[in-house]
Write a protein that binds this ligand. Structure first.
Ligand SMILES: Cc1cc2nc3c(=O)[nH]c(=O)nc-3n(C[C@H](O)[C@H](O)[C@H](O)COP(=O)(O)OP(=O)(O)OC[C@H]3O[C@@H](n4cnc5c(N)ncnc54)[C@H](O)[C@@H]3O)c2cc1C
Length: 329
């Protein structure tokens, strides 16, 4: 499944991560860093502005037309095609891919009013600063419930953020205070940078992703990994599968859109069922999971293999769940 990403030239990557520094800070006391050096593939870090620009340029080279700053205001199915209303006028197409993320209106307009998802959330700042070690990613598991705080390096700065991936309390969790405190440790005052926040639509079960001449792709299809909150790779995957399905439909394959739903549920969703089980145990007993999993080199290596598409949760989750339950005894 990862082959399509290998084709991306290295120019689209900001830096490569070769070590993890996970940490657990119990109740504000200074936690201990544990450096885990990755033995296999490095993790790719991208600057979203540059990476998204790169992808849209590639699409345009293939013949796509990009209308920037053109919000879609409404859609209507007329005759045998969709009409898409924008401030630049109405565009028509036989098929539509709804890929407008967690904040977009398309899924609602297409009639997907009750999508299966776990609603998470994350905030992030991206200061441009000199970075001492551009190959180390930091994680802190003790500061937010059911989530983590991170500091990911980029060639020219950091991405500092905090996210929550399971709802555990009625009131929304304060993500800003842990992020401010954590960033202080890197001598970054995040209050001087623009903080962006977004809902996260985490995978929560098999569901239909196609309708009349249209499909949902990316986060609109609720494909974000419920364990790590990784959303870029499954969004690209579903985007590619959606384009193949529409290509098939245009060539006369009557089952192409239905098969898209099936392929996403089988090739991504089946493994996300394991990711969800793991997330439920991990974020319920994070200290146990940290001690018996996160800080061990082998566990980190396996996690990286999953993020690279070289291993599946199905291969590792049972063992990891067993370790967490043994740690509880
Ligand atoms: C703070 C934070 C940090 C994250 N970090 C990571 C990470 O490190 N790694 C990772 O893999 N994932 C990460 N994710 C998740 C990842 O960003 C998303 O899952 C992924 O970007 C989803 O891709 P997408 O193309 O479906 O949607 P998006 O990237 O959200 O793109 C949707 C696009 O649709 C546009 N749009 C919306 N409505 C309209 C409209 N009406 N008309 C026209 N255009 C519209 C939006 O402007 C946007 O450009 C993070 C998420 C958050 C919130």
């Amino acid at each position: 499944m990862v082959g399509y990403l290998r084709k991306l030239p290295s120019g689209s990557i900001s830096t490569l991560v070769r070590s993890f520094l996970p940490k657990w800070t119990p109740h504000g006391s200074p936690g201990k860093w544990v450096e885990v050096t990755l033995r296999g593939e490095p993790i790719w870090m991208v600057r979203r502005v540059a990476f998204d620009r790169f992808i849209s340029q590639k699409a345009q080279e293939q013949g796509a037309t990009l209308y920037d700053r053109t919000p879609v205001r409404g859609i209507e199915f007329k005759g045998d095609r969709w009409q898409v209303a924008t401030p630049r006028g109405v565009f028509e197409g036989k098929y539509a891919i709804a890929a407008d993320g967690s904040k977009g209106p398309m899924a609602d307009w297409l009639g997907f009013r009750d999508r299966k998802r776990v609603l998470g959330g994350a905030i992030e700042v991206e200061p441009r600063l000199p970075v001492a070690q551009t190959n180390i990613a930091h994680f802190e598991f003790g500061l937010v419930n059911s989530g983590y705080v991170w500091n990911f390096p980029k060639a020219d700065g950091y991405s500092l953020g905090s996210g929550v991936f399971r709802k555990t309390q009625k009131k929304a969790q304060n993500l800003k205070t842990p992020l401010v405190n954590y960033s202080d440790g890197f001598e970054v005052n995040i209050n001087t940078y623009r903080c962006q926040g977004h809902p996260l639509f985490l995978w929560n079960g098999t569901q239909t992703l196609h309708t009349q001449n249209a499909v949902l792709a990316g986060e609109a299809a609720c494909v974000v990994d419920p364990f790590t909150a990784e959303g870029i790779r499954p969004s690209i995957f579903t985007g590619l599968k959606a384009s193949e399905a529409i290509d098939g439909a245009l060539a006369g394959d009557l089952d192409a859109l239905e098969r898209y739903t099936q392929v996403v549920n089988e090739e991504w969703g089946a493994d996300m069922a394991w990711a969800k089980r793991l997330a439920e145990a991990f974020y319920r007993f994070p200290l146990v999971a940290y001690k018996f999993g996160v800080k061990l080199p082998r566990s980190c290596d396996r996690m990286v293999q999953i993020l690279c598409g070289e291993a599946r949760y199905a291969d590792v989750a049972e063992r990891a769940l067993k370790k967490i339950s043994l740690g509880l005894v």
